[in-house]
Design a protein around this ligand. Sequence first.
Ligand SMILES: Cc1cc2nc3c(=O)[nH]c(=O)nc-3n(C[C@H](O)[C@H](O)[C@H](O)COP(=O)(O)OP(=O)(O)OC[C@H]3O[C@@H](n4cnc5c(N)ncnc54)[C@H](O)[C@@H]3O)c2cc1C
Length: 426
Amino acid sequence: MTYPATWYAQTRTDRAERPALQGAHDTDTVIVGGGIAGLTTALELAREGVAVTVLESESIGFGASGRNGGIVSPAFACGGEAIEARVGAEAARALHRLTIEGVQRLRANIDTLGIAEAAPVNGLLNLRRFDAVADLHDYARAYEQDYGYRFTYLDRAAISERLDTRRYIHGLEDAQAFHIHPLNYLRALAREVERLGGRIFEATPAIGADLGAQKVIRTPQGRVTARRAVFATGGYTGPLIPRLKRAILPIATYMMLTEPAPELLARTIRTPAAILDDRRASDYYRLVEGGSRLLWGGRITTRAASAEGVARELRAAMLAVYPQLAPLKTELAWSGLMAYARHLMPQLGRLQPDVWHITAFGGHGLNTTAITGKILAEAMLGQSDRIRMFEPWGLNWAGGPIGLAVAQLTYWGLQAQDWWRERKVG
Ligand SMILES: Cc1cc2nc3c(=O)[nH]c(=O)nc-3n(C[C@H](O)[C@H](O)[C@H](O)COP(=O)(O)OP(=O)(O)OC[C@H]3O[C@@H](n4cnc5c(N)ncnc54)[C@H](O)[C@@H]3O)c2cc1C
């Protein structure tokens, strides 16, 4: 089994490998894709007594779910204003409430399944590099009023207590958000699916799909026959279901890990919380391995970039905030593909009778899959129609190469806007 060189793969506690599917296999529900979307759906169905089988091309968490920043916080990738413009204020609030429920569900999974190796650490600092504060207070006030969810405002002095940098001027501390080792979390979900009777096959790409009354998924050495099928292939979606592929833009994003330097890092980042700057093209980072290393994420591209080039860019971003970290070497850098719809909302729904999809979580996939996996299972089992909340955002064509070019230009535009807003700050 091959893993990309991510810190998560190197430090995962569960090293079990699962066999590839051989021969014919029957199940109730086949799920294609062993990321957090597929495995959360599998878990929620298995909890209701459904026989599930998950097919994963590579290994559990090979995709974005085993490579991400590990930050679990409310919201979708799509901004609240765009959601409200599409569905109105009340429906937008109900959707946002789901994202908070997602944070809580993921935490509840860690607690009830005893996933100590997910190593949850509380706290997220949302920090701002330019001097405007009124909207931050308005945001925190509205959030508390609408959702009973409290942020603590941080001024420059409060930020300086936590971080040895003058880069940030204002911020909001979110004590309910947290960060985790996402691959360890995912692998624990996989074990729980199996404990409940589900089957998981690795090194098993779905290469053909007959989606008649019976759903038959073909793999290189076998086939699965099922009553229902779910596609959860994220940014790694191939041509199997053309409608799904056309609806997704695969966008690459990046992470790097520094060498161990516990003393230097303890002087520089004096909080266990994760940090996310509120730039339009944001950076995020957190201490890992008990504070001995720094994990830094950011940047997006629509074409694969070289690991060296990315490591250089992320390092430049880190040094722009913390020049004192210049002696720190970068030990690892990796990328992952996120799936984005043009409208930036998750794509959750029914492709045809008994064929479902759950994808396009963008850069906000941990909390959102925790709740949409549950909602999808409810829809499949006729337990609720909460899935209808996602109907306004369908499987629209994402624009193919033109969509990718637009996404890259948009990102560069956001970087330029960040620069413009921050140009006067010393
Ligand atoms: C670098 C990075 C940092 C991020 N940081 C954060 C963060 O801090 N917080 C947050 O909430 N979100 C973050 N995200 C986003 C989050 O990781 C994703 O939204 C989420 O993991 C998507 O999960 P998924 O299951 O849809 O996709 P994936 O995890 O990509 O899983 C899809 C799986 O499907 C498999 N597959 C594809 N085709 C087939 C096939 N034909 N047959 C079988 N299997 C197939 C793939 O191998 C893959 O394992 C980040 C993403 C990246 C890349």
